[in-house]
Design a protein around this ligand. Sequence first.
Ligand code: CO8
Length: 263
Amino acid sequence: MDVTNPENVSFEVTDGIGVLTVARERALNALNDKTLHEILGVLDQVRIDRNVRALVLTGRGEKAFVAGADIAEMAELGPLQARRFADLGHRVCGRLERLEVPTLAAVNGFALGGGLELAMACDLVYASERARLGQPEVNLGLIPGFGGTQRLLRRVGIMRAKEMIFTGATYGAEQARDMGLVLEVVPHAQLLPFCLEKARLIASRGPVAVAQAKRAIQAGADVSLASGCELEREAFALLFGTADAAEGMRAFVEKRSPSFRGA
Ligand code: CO8
C-alpha cells in the first residue's frame, strides 16, 4: 500500500496546522481499505512531525464529511476479513485519539457510521449547519464497527446511544449539538476557517501542556476519579521540568507574551 502518495486523502500543513481531508468525493468520502491505510499513513507522519501542532480533519466536497465505511467493499467480506477491516478502523480511530496534538473534526456534511466514529475519535467536533450525523448500520443488518458502540455512549449517554444505534436514525447538526456530539454549529462556508482559527488558538498555547492535558483527560475518562487525579498530579509535576512552563510563568511575571518552543 503506497501511503507516501495517497489518492484518497490530502494532507497539508500551514503555519503548524495540519489539514487532513478525506477525498473520495464520488463515494461521499466513504472509507475503504485503501483510504483507511492512507489516513494511518498521515497520522504516523503527524505523530513524528514536531511542526504540526494541531490537526483538522474534514471531508472533500460540499456534501459529506465521511458517509461511512465503504458498503460496496464491505459487501464482499466474510467474517474473518470483516474482523480485519474492523481492526483497521479501530487502529485509525485509536491512533487519532492518542495523537499528542489536539484534533478537530470539521463535519462539513454527512458523518454516518464510520464517519461519525472518525469524528468521535477527535478531541473537538464542530459541524456545518448542513451536517447530518448518525449510526445507520442497523439498516444494513450491521452494528457500528469502528468503536461507535463505545465512544457514542461516552459522548451522549447510554440511553441516547441505544436509541441512535437501534433506530439507525440520522440527526441534524443542531440536534447533534444538543446531544453533546457536536460542540458548535457554524455556517457552512465558515466551518473550515472557524476550525483553523480554533486550531491556531490552541496551537499558540504551550504544546507540551496541551498534550499532557489531553492525555490526562483522555485516560481519565476511562478510570476512577482517584486514578484520574493521580494522572493529573504526575502530568502537572512533569510540566515543571519543561522550558515552556518556565517561559510561560516568567512571561507572566514580566508582563509579556510567552514564546513556547514545545519542550
Ligand atoms: N459506501 C460506499 N459508497 C457510498 C457510501 C458508502 N458508505 N455512501 C455513499 N456512497 C456512494 C453512493 O453509492 C453513490 O455512488 P454512485 O454515484 O456510484 O451511485 C455516491 O456515493 C453518492 O451517494 P448517493 O447517490 O446515495 O447520495 P444521496 O445524496 O442520495 O444520499 C446518503 C446520501 C444518505 C449519505 C446515502 O449515500 C447513504 O445512505 N449512504 C450510506 C450511509 C451509511 O449507511 N453509512 C454507514 C455505512 S456502515 C459503516 O460505516 C460501518 C462502519 C464499521 C464497519 C466495520 C466493518 C467490519
